[in-house]
Design a protein around this ligand. Structure first.
Ligand code: SF4
Length: 419
């Protein structure tokens, strides 16, 4: 059988698609490079915003239009929250809820659970073997009032340390140069395992028992961190990049969001991280238009963002999600005001990202090259998430090079390879 995979959404969805595709190979079936030639099409959906939900439905419709004979599996967060609607879309023959995802490939392809699967076998072009997305936990026990993810993914459940290590060693053997640890609430890893292990223990184990050249953490909630955590970055393989969702820089808004942090606590943890991790990039998620956010709350929020000097700001419009407390809150913000605030945030975020990149001009940094190359232009990422391009026919994808950073062009650093 040939299986085509596609997704909308987060790194957890990417990690799941990687392990489903690796399982497909282990079950001795094929990954279809396009929907047109597939027998099965698996789409991992998302519902974090109205746009993500719409994109998920669109992906399913497009897959059916491209291949009306293929059987489509709708899985992921949108399909879990709206299984009846998902089942009603053209071509969908199965809806698999998040809780049933583990056995999805065997359910459609048959066969026994394979002994070993090799992450990093990403079916999605341009990431083949450069970095492997490794899911370490799922679900979340927090209760942010806008969040539908926790409703779609359920309570915290961590994978075991041995299972995660096996995935990283398999990815390392398959040539991946970077492992990205993904989860819905990464910082809570281990709390449900009952053996006292926490995220630090897992990171120490990965760094001591594998030779993966780079280890990157995806999103971390600030309240899970304490200054001592950052001593782990003495190991240069841990990427100096922390993605710490802020959502708002205003204390009152954060309280209505039921976020377990305050602007002051957030600033303290960022300061502690910057003091211990050289060249650290702090990136974040920032929401505009949360119910009740008036002009003065927004000014307080964006003022805080400006002071934090983020390396990258991912901006979201508040999107009322069915089943969440925030969707029922009064004082919903007008779309026009949201657009205006997002524009302001993009301006502030753009300035901060530019000055973060400029701080590295003239420096030499290690860059991991990605697969896609156009016109001899090779692109890649530094450990601290700076996007770099060089003109070179010789550089191979998925290799690390030392690069001198010379200039900035349209938000991208331009460099020359030193070694
Ligand atoms: S920490 Fe909050 S935003 Fe993140 S998954 Fe949990 S409930 Fe959702």
């Amino acid at each position: 059988m040939k299986v085509f995979f596609d997704l909308v959404g987060c790194r957890v969805n990417e990690a799941e698609i990687e392990s489903m595709s690796a399982e497909t190979l282990a079950l001795r079936h094929e990954i279809a490079p396009s929907a047109e030639i597939a027998d099965w099409i698996v789409i991992n959906t998302c519902t974090v915003t109205r746009e993500a939900e719409r994109d998920s439905r669109q992906k399913i419709r497009q897959a059916h239009n491209r291949n009306g004979a293929a059987r489509i599996v709708a899985t992921g967060c949108w399909a879990t929250m709206e299984p009846v609607r998902a089942a009603g879309l053209p071509g969908v023959t199965r809806v698999v809820l998040n809780a049933e995802k583990e056995g999805l490939m065997r359910a459609i392809l048959g066969g026994e659970a394979p002994t070993a699967v090799v992450p990093g076998a990403s079916p999605i072009p341009a990431r083949r073997r450069t970095r492997a997305y490794i899911k370490i936990q799922d679900g979340c026990d927090n209760a942010c009032t806008y969040c539908v993810t926790r409703l779609a993914r359920g309570n915290l459940h961590s994978r075991t340390m041995e299972a995660i290590l096996a995935d990283i060693l398999a990815a390392q053997r398959s040539g991946a140069k970077e492992a990205v640890l993904a989860g819905v609430h990464l910082g809570a890893w281990g709390r449900d395992l009952g053996n006292g292990l926490v995220l630090e223990d897992l990171l120490e184990d990965i760094l001591s028992r594998t030779a993966i050249p780079r280890l990157r953490l995806s999103s971390l909630e600030p309240w899970d961190l304490h200054p001592d955590f950052f001593r782990l970055w003495h190991d240069g393989r841990l990427c100096p990049h922390l993605h710490l969702p802020l959502q708002s820089g205003c204390g009152s808004t954060l309280r209505r969001m039921n976020r377990r942090t305050s602007p002051e606590e957030y600033a303290d943890i960022v300061e502690a991280a910057r003091a211990q991790i050289p060249d650290l990039a702090v990136t974040t998620d920032f929401m505009v238009g949360f119910p009740g956010e008036d002009e003065s709350e927004f000014r307080e929020s964006i003022g805080f963002v400006e002071r934090m000097r983020f390396a990258r700001l991912h901006i979201f419009h508040f999107s009322p999600r069915a089943g969440t407390a925030a969707a029922e809150m009064e004082s919903q913000v007008a779309p026009e005001d949201m657009r205006h605030r997002a524009m302001w945030a993009r301006h502030i975020g753009g300035q901060a990202a530019d000055s973060f990149s400029r701080a590295f001009l003239g420096r030499e940094m290690d860059v991991l090259w990605e697969a896609d190359t156009r016109g001899g232009l090779r692109r890649g990422l530094t450990g601290n998430f700076l996007r770099v391009r060089v003109q070179s026919e010789d550089i191979r994808p998925n290799t690390l090079s030392r690069v001198k950073l010379l200039s900035i062009d349209r938000g991208e650093l331009v460099g020359e390879v030193k070694s």
